[in-house]
Design a protein around this ligand. Structure first.
Ligand SMILES: O=C(O)c1cc(=O)[nH]c(=O)n1[C@@H]1O[C@H](COP(=O)(O)O)[C@@H](O)[C@H]1O
Length: 229
């Protein structure tokens, strides 16, 4: 895998017309494009199709979390959009993750989000996921993989432990990635791209560090070079 193959660029924009120039600029230098809640709520499946037309697999990040029957239906609808990957929250439980896998069908990889990278140990404690983060994340990752998830979303700080727990065949997708010196924003559990890859990340989800400069393609190139093996 080249460095650029490992980068997933987050299209966190309010409309497709706002996202398109960025998506076109970064697509040749990344392995995947992510349509998340902001864009999907505004534009729906056409945004997934427009992103896929740029020639990269699309990760539809809906972080589904509801009763199993509802999630199964939502995953079935999401699969019709042409997305290659779809997120659900592992904390929805085994039956919910299994329902998402059924709904998504064989063409769409269900990824389970463990504990959001914006949460620190105190936040996790407050929502009842008593820390340290790593133990909650590993527990949720195991549950999700047992229920059929083909990938796990976790922070770079837990990726090593998650890899040890779930083995080599599971795709580890890692947001909360900040090149040295980049603003942390609302992220808590962060590391640099090269630290994340060395710890075992397969894919790095990167948004603001690519979007905030005036040359997203150059930003993607610099990150790709920093993780080239
Ligand atoms: O599922 C995700 O992609 C995700 C999970 C998570 O725990 N944390 C997280 O930041 N993300 C997403 O990853 C992207 C990170 O964006 P930046 O913080 O701007 O690099 C956003 O699109 C988030 O929605």
């Amino acid at each position: 895998m080249t460095g650029s193959d490992r980068i997933c660029a987050a299209l966190d924009f309010p409309t497709w017309s706002a996202a398109e120039p960025f998506a076109r600029a970064v697509a040749p230098g990344v392995g995947m494009l992510k349509v998340g809640l902001e864009l999907f709520v505004a534009e729906g499946p056409p945004a997934v199709r427009a992103a896929a037309a740029l020639g990269r697999p699309v990760f539809l990040d809906l972080k589904l979390h509801d009763i199993p029957n509802t999630v199964e239906g939502a995953a079935r609808s999401a699969a019709r959009s042409g997305a290659a990957l779809l997120t659900v929250h592992a904390s929805g439980g085994s039956d919910m993750v299994a329902a998402a896998v059924r709904g998504a069908g064989p063409e769409v990889k269900v990824l389970a989000v463990t504990a959001l990278t914006s949460l620190d140990d105190a936040d996790l404690d407050e929502i009842g996921l008593a820390g340290p983060a790593e133990s909650a994340v590993v527990r949720l990752a195991r549950l999700a993989v047992r229920a059929g998830a083909r990938g796990i979303v976790c922070s770079p700080q837990e990726v090593h432990a998650v890899r040890a727990a779930v083995g080599p065949g599971v795709l580890l997708v890692v947001p909360g990635v900040r090149p040295a010196g980049a603003a942390k924003g609302d992220q808590s559990r962060i590391a640099t791209p090269s630290q994340a890859v060395r710890a075992g990340a397969d894919v790095l989800v990167i948004g603001r560090p690519l979007r905030e400069g005036n040359d997203p393609a150059a930003a993607a190139r610099a990150i790709a070079e920093s993780i080239q093996e």
